[in-house]
Design a protein around this ligand. Structure first.
Ligand code: SAH
Length: 254
């Protein structure tokens, strides 16, 4: 029996899938893709005759049914999900159902949208001495978040944040971030459809980002990046500092 491959499709740009993901996609007999977010251009990589299922209209049971049917017939089944499957990928439930059926699976990493958004902006989340941690989170919506993971609690750290699935509630996000301790002048960038042809980026601060996002009409498929890593203050790293010795290089000046 073939195993099921969970493949990260990357953020949008069809060249941002891994070579391993591409090879599997091009050999697959069956592809179940998340049509609401996966760029359809990626399906151009599928061979003729490959069966395509859009999971947007399917239930978990239907998805598992297609997977188990395929596996039992030794077909190569690819479950294609946006970005990397480990971030809001709903793969745990799929994996657990497969385990119950004794069907093996393997995951292939993808480029998550928070990485693509950083690349689009040409920025680093971990600027020396400004921020050395990145919080990946979402605001609660119809899906609740654990009590200790409320945005206002995370905001207390004033570190870099990448907020998924929340742009539709940007006013509330800003309110909670301010409540938690970020100042009004904290820089914010909203990246809509990073790496897609219609990508849009809006930059501002917590005081004006709501108006900017509204005037651009951004309501979904966007990341909210917040923190001083987006600001003008920065420090050079020790890694390439010629007065700093490390395992691979001796200091050349004192
Ligand atoms: N597994 C995906 C995330 C899926 S959740 C990943 O690793 O990126 C869906 C949310 O991800 C969207 O609501 C949006 O917040 C974000 N997202 C996905 N693709 C995006 C893109 N190309 N640009 C900006 N945000 C994106």
């Amino acid at each position: 029996m073939e195993k099921i491959y969970f493949v990260g499709a990357g953020p949008g740009d069809k060249e941002l899938i891994t070579l391993k993901g591409y090879k599997l996609l091009s050999k697959a007999d069956i592809v179940i893709y998340a049509g609401s977010l996966v760029n359809p251009e990626l399906l151009d990589y599928c061979r003729k005759g490959c069966l395509l299922y859009d999971s947007a209209t399917m239930s978990l049971e239907e998805i598992i049914e297609v997977m188990s049917e395929g596996a039992s017939q030794d077909k190569l089944v690819v479950r294609l999900q946006t970005g990397d499957i480990s971030i809001y990928g709903s793969i745990r439930e799929q994996a657990e159902e497969l385990k119950k059926l004794n069907i093996e699976y393997e995951s292939i990493a993808g480029v998550s949208s928070f990485l693509a958004a950083a690349a689009s902006l040409g920025i680093e989340y971990t600027v020396p001495e400004i921020s050395q941690s990145l919080i990946i989170t979402r605001m609660e919506g119809r899906t609740p978040v654990p009590e200790l993971e409320k945005l206002e609690l995370f905001a207390k750290h004033k570190t870099s944040m990448a907020i998924f699935l929340s742009v539709q509630g940007i006013e509330k996000v800003v309110e909670k971030l301010l409540e938690g301790g970020y100042s009004e002048s904290t820089p914010v960038a909203v990246v809509y459809k990073a790496t897609w042809r219609d990508e849009k980026t809006v930059s501002g601060s917590l005081s004006d980002i709501v108006a900017k996002v509204k005037s651009e009409g951004i309501k979904k498929t966007a990341l909210i990046l917040v923190g001083d890593f987006l600001g003008d203050e920065y420090n050079y790293s020790k890694l390439y500092d010629k007065s700093f010795s490390h395992e691979y290089r001796k200091a050349t000046i004192d």
